[in-house]
Design a protein around this ligand. Structure first.
Ligand code: ZN
Length: 458
């Protein structure tokens, strides 16, 4: 059975004010409810929208161009009213544009169209309260063709999209600024739309659940109808909401209050020139220039500040070692704290010092990681090397401390020694582990093994 998936991704565009009024958008999540509203974005009778927000339009175009869309310069883009009733929509309709870009492509998935919309407010089902601070914040919706064949491929597409967005600085980054609706069906069966996926991460969970649910129904011969389902993030499941609306249910018609918009060829050209080297191109270059594996190049390429730091580090130390450290311990410790490199205090020169110390055998990987943890949690010392020296972190290569540790481990673990001498290789690893613990991870593993074998006469 062939799985067919299409995604509609809504992204809040960066702009100081809302799409059709001058209400500010900054910190709208933290502001007291309904404190960032005016008659326009709260849908009061008689209020008229201002002309479209130029900053939002430019950011939408930037994204459309970066997704390889064709921009219809010179042709009018209309804002339409999409009519539906829900408490988050005070006017009873959402303004949504005809496509600003069509026929794009990203990560092997065709982009059908890209258009601009205004965000509705937020409605809390439980309390019944509405907050219109979000109402009117500009959105871009990126609609793919149904080219995606698995939840895994959907994840790859969204990773690539996130990568592109990281470079453009055109979309907002708060929680909930990226929302996805997914259409999914098995060939020949009804199409289900899953709504309310409020993060890119949730998409994989929602699709995996929904694909398995439909597969079971199909295999049992149970027919199901086209419907909209709601993703429950806490449970990782989807729930039936309503029969799917068709386009005609929304009674689209051009908004008489918003004049059509004409994008000039000059503006498109300007956008095109302003697009930086994007992740896909960057990746190819990293493989060629630094001899990195494709997978490492991919992982490095998704955040511009991470690539920049890598290229800086790779000037000073061997590129593969830089990649190994940055994608290993650095990425792990950043992820653990929910940080991006740009939001941490770690600078390329700090990474250079750590990688240099590891390469020279002055500290072990483990100690370098411990040092990084200290940097992230307590701040970075002015002189990293001196800090390591004073904290007694520099490697124990040979000498009395290591010999004492070997002595102690052998003395305290007679059974392991016996087992090893009796031919059990695993026992040696156990003894080495004891020595690592005694030296607080500062001893180089090869040296520990060498000394142990020497001591035990093998
Ligand atoms: Zn307003």
């Amino acid at each position: 059975m062939r799985l067919i998936i299409g995604l509609e991704t809504h992204l809040q565009l960066r702009s100081k004010s809302k799409l059709f009024c001058s209400c500010p958008t900054d910190k709208y999540l933290e502001a007291p409810p309904n404190s960032l509203v005016c008659p326009v974005c709260s849908g009061q009778p008689g209020s008229k929208p201002r002309g479209i927000n130029e900053e939002a339009l430019r950011n939408a175009l930037r994204i459309a161009v970066a997704l390889n869309c064709k921009i219809r310069a010179g042709e009018p883009v209309y804002f339409q009213r999409k009519n539906y009733f829900y408490p988050d929509l005070p006017s009873g309709y959402q303004r949504t544009s005809t496509p600003v870009g069509v026929g794009g492509e990203l990560a092997g998935v065709r982009i059908r169209d890209v258009h601009i919309e205004e965000d509705p407010g937020r409605y809390d089902l439980r309390s019944g309260r509405v907050d219109y601070n979000r109402s009117g914040i500009p959105l871009i919706e990126v609609v793919t063709e149904p080219d995606i064949k698995s939840p895994e491929q959907a994840r790859q597409y969204l990773e690539e999209l996130q990568g592109v967005l990281n470079y453009l600085n055109a979309a907002r980054e708060e929680p909930g600024s990226e929302r996805v609706d997914a259409n999914l069906s098995y060939e020949g069966h009804s199409r289900i739309e899953v709504k309310n996926i409020n993060s890119f991460k949730g998409v994989f969970t929602a699709l995996t659940y929904e694909a398995a649910r439909q597969k079971t129904l199909v295999e049992k011969g149970i027919e199901f109808v086209q419907e909209t389902r709601h993703f429950d993030e806490a449970q990782g499941t989807t729930l039936g909401l309503r029969k799917k609306e068709t386009v005609s249910d929304y009674r689209y018609f051009p908004d008489p209050d918003v004049p059509p918009l004409v994008i000039s060829g000059k503006m498109v050209e300007e956008m095109r020139k302003g697009i930086p080297e994007l992740p896909a191109a960057k990746r190819k270059r990293l493989v060629k220039q630094y001899g990195l594996a494709e997978q490492d190049a991919f992982a490095i390429s998704l955040e511009p500040e991470f690539v920049d730091a890598f290229e800086h580090v790779a000037k000073e130390v061997e590129a593969r070692k830089a990649a190994f450290f940055m994608l290993g311990v650095l990425r792990k410790q950043l992820n653990y704290r929910g940080l991006r490199l740009k939001n941490s205090e770690i600078l390329p020169r700090h990474v250079v010092e750590l990688v240099k110390m590891v390469s020279a055998g002055e500290v072990t990987d483990k100690v370098a990681e411990q040092m990084l943890v200290v940097f992230l949690d307590k701040g970075i010392p002015a002189d990293i090397r001196r800090h390591a020296q004073e904290a007694g972190l520099l490697g124990v290569k040979a000498g009395k401390e290591l010999e004492d540790a070997v002595e102690k481990a052998v003395k305290e673990n007679e059974k392991a020694v016996k087992d090893y001498l009796g031919g059990n290789e695993k026992a040696l690893h156990f003894l080495a582990g004891r020595i690592m613990a005694l030296t607080k991870g500062r001893a180089a593993p090869e040296e520990v093994h060498r000394l142990l074998k020497k001591k035990l006469g093998k």
